[in-house]
Design a protein around this ligand. Structure first.
Ligand SMILES: C[S@@+](CC[C@H](N)C(=O)[O-])C[C@H]1O[C@@H](n2cnc3c(N)ncnc32)[C@H](O)[C@@H]1O
Length: 211
């Protein structure tokens, strides 16, 4: 499993992408990647191993993948049987995911976790969030976490996979999550089912459910 901290060296070379701009740097980054200027640290075709080992049975109902990048996790959920939506703030990333998975049943969309369409709020039986919150600087962390929570339907499940921080470290990207930051997904009617620390690399895999 690639260590998300290795992104620090990749993103240091990003030219016109400025990670201190919480939401503005991803599209320039994806555009640079599609132009071949940088190697995208999130280039993968297989689902994240911590998602693959968690989803070992066929699924039913609706699922959404937050910050979906090139769509490997969304395709995995669709293969399991979920009616899957996947969104990313970067139009270039969404176009690349659609092109990579032509004919896919996944509904790929451009969307901002900080400004979600009303129709998505409380709409998904399974919400999967892998590495989006940690990829954005802490100035908007509370808003991103609240956005992820808001997607979960009554009775639904949220799975969050993020790198572990022992203490707050503002020297990102990425900006791994402390225990209190991962536990913050369990608010607004959600409660923790499990908060596991996996390694190596050290990752949180945390499951929450809305009552
Ligand atoms: C570190 S990448 C992870 C991509 C994918 N989840 C994976 O694990 O391969 C973070 C992704 O989140 C997207 N993103 C960043 N801020 C976002 C926001 N506010 N709303 C939706 N997507 C966002 C980025 O464009 C990027 O594709």
């Amino acid at each position: 499993m690639a260590d998300p901290r290795s992104w620090r060296s990749e993103t240091a070379r990003l030219g016109n992408a400025d990670p201190s701009d919480p939401t503005g740097w991803f599209e320039p980054l994806w555009a640079s990647a599609s132009g071949g200027d940088v190697t995208m640290p999130w280039e993968h075709d297989d689902p994240h191993p911590a998602l693959a080992s968690w989803t070992c049975a066929p699924g039913t109902g609706s699922a959404v993948v937050v910050g979906c990048g090139l769509g490997a996790d969304a395709e995995h959920l669709a293969r399991l049987g979920y009616a899957t939506t996947a969104f990313d703030i970067s139009p270039t990333a969404v176009a690349a995911a659609r092109a990579r998975h032509a004919g896919s049943p996944v509904a790929y969309a451009v969307g901002d976790l900080l400004d979600l369409p009303r129709a998505w709020v409380g709409a998904f039986d399974l919400v999967v969030e892998i590495y989006t919150v940690q990829a954005v600087n802490r100035s908007v962390r509370d808003g991103l976490t609240a956005g992820v929570r808001s997607l979960v339907a009554p009775g639904g499940t949220l799975l969050a996979i993020q790198a572990v921080a022992d203490e707050v470290d503002d020297d990102g990207p990425p900006w791994p999550l402390t225990r209190s930051e991962i536990e913050a997904f369990g608010r607004d009617g959600l409660s923790a089912v499990s908060v596991e620390e996996l390694g190596a690399p050290r990752l949180w895999r945390a499951e929450f459910r809305r009552g």
